[in-house]
Design a protein. Structure first.
Length: 732
């Protein structure tokens, strides 16, 4: 095995960063349960008698020192394997990680001592424990973290060493008896010590060292007392975390008299004392109720006389974990009912969706502190109004308020922030007022950034941030450079997380838009944009969409540089795109637009081919309208082409072309292409119709066209009306 393959098989810094994130997320979700995990209460007495963590940390440190001093490779390997086996046999490692993951799920799970090593359980292997961890991890977006740990645990290496079924020969660790080692899907009887085994051991030791370091640093962070809200005996009450400047976390006590404290007593400074503490319910009645609740997961519907009786008995216990589980059963039923609508005939879907919503209300009435009830009720309402096509900004704002209810009880719920961000984006995209758009886009950005704090690995969140900043750059009159650069920053992160086609296409678009804004550096921005698109062609193959986008980039460079060369490059890309899809109207439209611009360049150079080029543009644009008679940009460009044809011809037939141009542009304007207004003003000005010219000039300005009186007076096409006093009424 060579070194490069080893590097690919080893975990990277994600393992350590995700371990840190797990500690941070668990603390944010429920700080009281978090400090319980740090304390690790498992009964009263000397902590060293109740947990192996103290001995394990020192054993690993001592043996690691011997390993570092060893000059012989085989001696170093034997000591390293001893540590490797010890690390993955540490029950407390799995107990701490498991409890952190349970808390991070944000569904109200409590600290549970001896999570995977109770006396009444059969011993389970490290492989099985990692599978249990993964089950919890997938519920709180730490699945990849557990996969990283699994990637450095090779049970067949551990077994071969533990059972003395190995041999070290030169640079080889050889399995003598037992099963072959599986590495990247291949079975191997031997592995390299230098390039695989020792780096693997080093990764494992780095991980466990960080684990101990985080336990210590989080404990030491509590330098003084702190009051938080915590739940003891299923009642939420103020809890005093007891901190010490020198020792850090030494326990907690509640206002009702419950406490856990680490103190100097009975000949040890690590004696852990507890008062009025019960970590788990031991009632047979409660266990029976829990089994009844679980049985409803397999029943059709949580209602009726029997269910009402169960609900009343559960609520009467006051046991929060029973109340939560009953609420979750109803929540799951509501989710399953709502999802089932997608497979039903369209005429039945609305009825099924509506039928699911009252179950969310029922779940909330049983446990009003379960945030996911509020989240999924809101998301279901959003899907319902979207299906009914009754969605509008008032509805979106109401749904945003409902999402806030979820955060009251679970302030670290990622989905609340992502859904809130998307609702704010939709509000912005459906809002007419610029200042209101900006408010909603900034709100969306805040939500997405909070989502990243909770889960920094979702590439789609970075893409949405990039989109929000790009939209701000479009509509704002200040900070545009900052917005463009933020947009680029976040799309680059999205690509680092997941180098997929949609991210790269957006990246290319952002660079192009930035080039239009940053004219001094337009060439470099567009060159980079084109480079990205060509890389995509090499990766995914040629297709109409990439060709269309390449044509657009060359076209913009042609217009910026007044370059016939770039115009020809644009036409080549558009024609190639048309080859892949003969009926792609947007490509045909852009070919027509490109030919119009080419006509202008040729005309300025006195090239006799100019008129033929314009005729080709007209034919292409007419073809586009035949394929889609609602494509407004084709009407705009075709009207523009006929204006140019009117201007270039000298014979009596030219009058028909200006009338045709006006008719076509009016059709485009009626289809809500507001850009047609200025071209209609231009067309009417050419034939001296002052009334219509001024009317469409006013419409153009009202629609946001940036025009001044000077623009009109210096434009040759408006010479027939420039002396008319009516212009003064427009430009005041």
């Amino acid at each position: 095995m060579n070194k490069s393959n080893v590097k690919e098989s080893m975990t990277n810094q994600n393992l350590i960063s995700e371990l840190k994130r797990l500690f941070d997320v668990a603390k944010r979700v429920d700080e009281f349960e978090f400090i319980n995990i740090l304390i690790g209460y498992n009964g009263m007495g000397d902590q060293r008698f109740l947990s192996h963590l103290y001995e394990s940390e020192r054993a690993i440190q001592d043996i690691k020192k011997l390993m570092d001093k060893a000059s012989d490779k085989h001696t170093k390997t034997r000591l390293g394997l001893l540590l490797y086996g010890h690390v993955f046999e540490m029950d407390e490692l799995y107990n701490v990680l498991g409890n952190l993951l349970r808390v991070a799920t944000a569904v109200g799970l409590n600290y549970k001592p001896n999570l995977y090593n109770r006396i009444d359980q059969d011993d389970i292997t490290p492989t099985d424990k990692l599978k249990h961890l993964y089950d919890h991890a997938t519920q709180c977006r730490f699945g990849n973290f557990i996969k990283e740990i699994q990637s450095i645990y090779y049970n067949r290496i551990r077994n071969a060493f533990a059972h003395s079924s190995y041999s070290l020969v030169d640079d080889k660790f050889i399995v003598i008896k037992g099963k072959e080692i599986v590495i990247d899907g291949e079975l191997k009887w031997s592995i390299s010590i230098e390039y695989f085994l020792l780096p693997l051991i080093e990764e494992s030791l780095n991980f466990i060292s960080e684990f101990f370091s985080l336990l210590k640093s989080h404990k030491m962070a509590y330098k003084e007392n702190k009051i938080i809200q915590g739940k003891l005996s299923n009642i939420k009450e103020p809890i005093i975390i007891i901190g010490n400047p020198e020792e850090g976390l030494i326990g907690f006590e509640s206002f009702s008299g419950s406490s856990i404290k680490i103190k100097n007593a009975y000949g040890t400074d690590r004696f852990i004392e507890a008062m009025n503490i019960r970590l788990t319910s031991t009632s047979d009645i409660h266990n029976s109720l829990f089994e009844e609740i679980e049985s409803y997961n397999e029943k059709l519907r949580p209602n009726g006389i029997n269910f009402d009786d169960l609900k009343n008995r559960v609520i009467a216990t006051g046991e929060q974990y029973l109340v939560r589980n009953l609420s979750v059963v109803i929540y799951n039923y509501a989710n399953n009912t709502f999802r089932s609508a997608k497979d039903k005939p369209i005429e039945q879907r609305e009825h099924i969706m509506n039928a699911a919503l009252p179950y969310y209300d029922l779940a909330i009435s049983i446990d009003s502190t379960f945030g996911r009830n509020y989240l999924n009720r809101t998301v279901s309402k959003l899907e319902l109004v979207t299906f009914k096509k009754t969605i509008n900004n008032d509805v979106r704002r109401q749904l945003l308020e409902e999402l806030k209810e979820a955060l009251i009880y679970e302030p670290t719920m990622l989905e609340v922030f992502t859904n809130s961000g998307m609702l704010e984006m939709d509000i912005a995209f459906h809002e007419d007022k610029i200042e209101m758009k900006e408010v909603s886009l900034n709100n969306a950005i805040d939500h997405f950034k909070k989502a990243i704090e909770l889960y920094p690995h979702d590439d789609t969140i970075y893409e949405k941030l990039a989109t929000c900043y790009l939209e701000l750059a479009y509509i704002s009159t200040k900070n545009q450079k900052e917005y463009f650069e933020n947009s680029i920053k976040y799309i680059e992160i999205a690509i680092q997380k997941n180098n997929k086609l949609s991210h790269s296409l957006l990246y290319s678009s952002i660079l192009g838009e930035y080039g239009d804004f940053d004219e001094e550096n337009i060439q470099s921005h567009y060159d980079k944009s084109i480079e990205i698109l060509k890389e995509l062609e090499n990766k995914y193959g040629e297709n109409s969409e990439i060709k269309y986008r390449l044509g657009n980039k060359y076209m913009m460079l042609s217009m910026h540089n007044e370059s016939l060369e770039y115009c020809e490059k644009a036409l080549i890309e558009y024609e190639a795109g048309k080859h892949f899809n003969e009926t792609e109207v947007k490509i045909l439209n852009n070919i027509g637009n490109c030919l119009i611009y080419k006509f202008r360049l040729l005309k300025e150079n006195g090239d006799k081919k100019a008129l033929d080029t314009l005729e080709n543009a007209i034919l292409i644009l007419e073809e586009a309208i035949k394929l889609d008679d609602k494509h407004t940009n084709s009407y705009f460009n075709l009207g523009l082409a006929y204006i140019e044809k009117y201007k270039i011809l000298a014979d009596s037939k030219k009058e028909g072309f200006i009338k045709l141009a006006i008719s076509i542009l009016q059709k485009g304007y009626s289809l809500n292409n507001k850009s047609c207004a200025i071209q209609l003003a231009r067309a009417y000005a050419l034939i001296g119709d002052v009334k219509e010219t001024t009317s469409y000039l006013k419409k153009a300005i009202d629609n946001g066209e940036d025009l001044s009186k000077e623009d009109i007076l210096t434009n040759e096409d408006f010479k027939n009306i420039k002396d008319d006093d009516s212009l003064n009424n427009i430009f005041i």
